[in-house]
Write a protein that binds this ligand. Structure first.
Ligand SMILES: Nc1ncnc2c1ncn2[C@@H]1O[C@H](COP(=O)(O)OP(=O)(O)O)[C@@H](O)[C@H]1O
Ligand SMILES: [Mg+2]
Length: 334
């Protein structure tokens, strides 16, 4: 199922083509996914259940959590669905919603329940399920946690009248911004070492100190049983200006490459200078939505240009030097 060549390192190299930065996250996730599917193929020979390690992704909005999971599932060729914990919490019929989510997974697997049973389910905004402080009885967030807990452990979930899906081997990845967790962590006791170095060569104590501990998540408002089901915790970091610039211009499917191709099909070369990407990145940082606002800002820049170019076949090149200057148009034979 997972080919021999697909080592954690190969997984990271694939992710690198699409996901900028987040090196630690990519590595941890690659190892987790590798281990999960290795265990599954080992299980092929024997009967029984694997000890499953579901994953929790923690990081600000727009930093690549969903993108990374989507990219991973594409590489692995396994069925993949995303769901939103807030919409699970808003319904009175949580089990119907969960059933619908698993049904979508089966649909992604072309109706093959067996295949869907090896897929990945990504549940976003899991932090919105926190129990509110001071409340003594179960809140709706907490009951959703219990409902999810059940399918994250092993269970048969009914799909309609005559079919069911076994969730034992489905990999669950939960994501959330967990605003306020940093404060909780800095209050919780560390191991008495201060991290001084950056990079790969951090020692184990340093890595442990940076780790989000189950107790932190518990204080945040996740029930202990639920955190217990998410033993692997991956942190996504805020994107720097330099990373935002790279997101727009480096990946194969980056927005710059996409627009260059649109213009190329009109016989026009589009050239956008680095400084423009930096200006866009600065605006995006002010918006505080990570990489999410880049496309909107970029398209705003492109709209007037796209409006002009198709009506002027003599234009062969467009240059943008700054957001504060009009684009320059060059005619053929000029
Ligand atoms: N690390 C990243 N590398 C490349 N693109 C990114 C990255 N982070 C965010 N983006 C861009 O921003 C969009 C939103 O990111 P997403 O993965 O949905 O964020 P979230 O962490 O909230 O799930 C992506 O579709 C992508 O275009
Ligand atoms: Mg997301």
């Amino acid at each position: 199922m997972l080919s021999k060549e697909l080592t954690p390192r190969a997984i990271v190299e694939y992710l690198d083509q699409y996901v900028i930065g987040q090196e630690d996250a990519k590595k941890t996730l690659a190892v987790a996914v590798y281990a999960h599917y290795r265990k599954l193929s080992a299980l092929n020979q024997k009967a029984g259940a694997i000890a499953k390690s579901n994953v929790l992704l923690i990081g600000p909005s727009g930093t690549g959590k969903t993108l990374t999971c989507e990219t991973l599932s594409r590489l692995l060729g396994v069925p993949f669905v995303t769901a939103d914990a807030t919409s699970l919490a808003q319904t009175r019929f949580v089990s119907d919603e969960i059933e619908a989510m698993l049904q979508r997974l089966v649909d992604k697997a072309g109706g093959d329940v067996q295949e869907a049973g090896r897929g990945i389910v990504f549940i976003d905004e899991i932090d919105k399920l926190k129990t509110s402080t001071g409340e003594t009885h179960a809140t709706s967030g907490e009951s959703v946690q219990h409902a999810l807990l059940k399918i994250m452990e092993c269970s048969q979930v009914k799909l309609g009248a005559d079919r069911s899906i076994d969730t034992t081997n489905i990999l669950f990845i939960c994501g959330g911004a967990f605003v306020g967790l940093e404060d909780i962590m800095s209050r919780s006791k560390s191991f008495g070492f201060i991290s001084t170095t950056e990079g790969d060569d951090k020692n184990i104590i340093e890595r442990l100190n940076e780790r989000v501990k189950p107790i932190d998540l518990f204080k945040f408002g996740l029930i202990p049983e639920f955190t217990g089901r998410l033993p692997i915790i991956v942190r996504f970091r805020d994107l720097t200006k330099e990373m935002l610039v790279r997101i727009m211009s480096v990946p194969k499917n980056s927005i710059y490459h996409q627009f260059r191709e649109i213009f190329q099909s009109e016989g026009v070369e589009l050239v956008i200078e680095q400084s423009v990407f930096e200006q866009i990145a600065e605006i995006a940082i002010e918006y505080k939505t990570g990489g999410r606002s880049l496309r909107g800002i970029f398209e705003e820049l492109m709209t007037p240009i796209l409006y002009i170019v198709p009506d002027h076949p003599q234009i062969c090149r467009v240059e943008v030097k700054s957001l504060f200057e009009a684009p320059r148009y060059f005619k053929r034979g000029q």
